[in-house]
Design a protein around this ligand. Structure first.
Ligand SMILES: N[C@@H](CCC(=O)N[C@@H](CS)C(=O)NCC(=O)O)C(=O)O
Length: 201
């Protein structure tokens, strides 16, 4: 069972799979795909992933891409420790939360990221504050979803893994921690205590 991960650093989508691999205690060999050299668009790589994106995981010749799908595969193939609840509603609830946190909040996140990628003196500070505010407003739904639970589905799960790279980025971009999101702040601090998350920081 040899696992190879095509990845780069930094890459929040690759981090998602690296965290799952670490939580499962799985060893992997890395093949670096340098995004800055556009190696993900080279013909050889497109044969593995026609989307031209990382991560790609290969295990014994079986190729998978899309980080959340890879993580579901790892959880089913290596069920110990389990990273998803058995309850069908909770399993889908997790998917809904991931969809919300990655897709629904994408626009302000992406605009903020765009500013952050510029040299500091070229950034539009007012626009960034506006996007941070917009993000925090949208994250009220996530805050409510956490309720008093330590993790999104109660126990630690693939849902926490799926969203943590995005929330770590939001922290880097100054949108988190926020006084209006105390549960999310505490959850992020809890996540950062996990060795699997520390390994990608
Ligand atoms: N939905 C995909 C997104 C993968 C993705 O966008 N990866 C980025 C790196 S973090 C990438 O390869 N970007 C290069 C590109 O789009 O050309 C997943 O979760 O795996």
């Amino acid at each position: 069972m040899a696992i190879t991960l095509y990845h780069d650093t930094p890459s929040s989508n690759c981090d998602r799979t690296k965290i799952a691999l670490a939580e499962k205690g799985l060893k992997w060999d890395g093949v670096r795909v340098r995004l800055t050299n556009k190696e993900q668009k080279k013909l050889e790589f497109l044969k593995l992933n026609p989307y031209g994106k990382i991560p790609v995981l290969i295990e014994d010749g079986n190729v998978l891409f899309e980080s959340c799908i890879i993580n579901e595969y790892l959880d089913e193939k290596y069920p110990d420790p389990p990273l998803m609840p058995k309850d069908p509603y909770l399993r889908r609830r997790g998917r809904v939360l991931v969809d919300y946190a990655l897709n629904f909040v994408h626009e302000p996140y992406w605009d903020l990221r765009g500013e952050m990628l510029k040299p500091a003196d070229k950034r539009n500070g007012a626009l960034m504050e506006d996007k941070r505010r917009g993000l925090r407003d949208l994250l009220q739904y996530v805050e409510a979803a956490l309720d008093d639970k330590p993790y999104f589905l109660g126990d630690f799960s693939l849902t926490d893994i799926a969203v943590v790279p995005r929330f770590l980025r939001m922290e880097t971009y100054g949108a988190l921690p926020a006084p209006s999101l105390p549960r999310l702040n505490a959850w992020l601090a809890r996540m950062k205590e996990r060795p699997s998350v520390q390994a990608i920081l």
